[in-house]
Design a binder for this molecule. Sequence first.
Ligand code: 5GP
Length: 216
Amino acid sequence: MAEGNLPGPIERRGLMLVLSSPSGAGKTTISRKLLEREADLMLSVSVTTRPKRPKERGGVDYSFIDQAAFDRMVENDEFLEHAMVFGNAYGTPRATVAEALEQGRDVLFDIDWQGTQQLTEKARDDLVSVFVLPPSTGELERRLRARAQDPEDVVRGRMAKAADEMSHWAEYDYVIVNTDIETSVTEVQEVLHAERLKRDRQKGLRDFVEVLRAGS
Ligand code: 5GP
């Protein structure tokens, strides 16, 4: 085929990659490594009323706002989904997501099962959801204890919340057990790469094949 007739690159629609897990399963580390390795993947920065932790940066980890500002965003329908998690309000702003998907960029969401249920109802075709499990209860407890020198009752409370969160595993498209962080990151990348090839996401396929056929 003459060079002028070369088809492609094939345009595609971006996808929404949701990662959920109980705290202590390693989801934050997996997310960070994914974002480092996948140039076409951007993080959806959530809005929350929870107080900022010392190492967190406003506008990067979360946008930290007060309850009144959060309520205004709800009233103005600015959230794609929002939920109360452990007594604080969290929400995903819609503004950046639609544009990214149109441009063929993928968006990573670190949200809980309530948010995933809402996104499943609103945007099933764009959604790919992954649930991350810890390898064992003992390992989960070890990771939760290693995180902070918290009193026994706080650790117990976190373990109970983790058990609650894990009960939602069956609502997800994919489930991975995070025994080794590198393996887990690779597994999520494999999911992402395969999902990008789904026929319906490759908007430009029809034109691509037309050009191929015309040239044959
Ligand atoms: P943390 O406060 O420890 O960062 O997050 C607590 C929980 O809230 C995690 O399970 C996290 O995935 C979830 N979360 C964070 N942002 C959002 C959001 O925008 N929506 C929902 N539904 N959950 C969120």
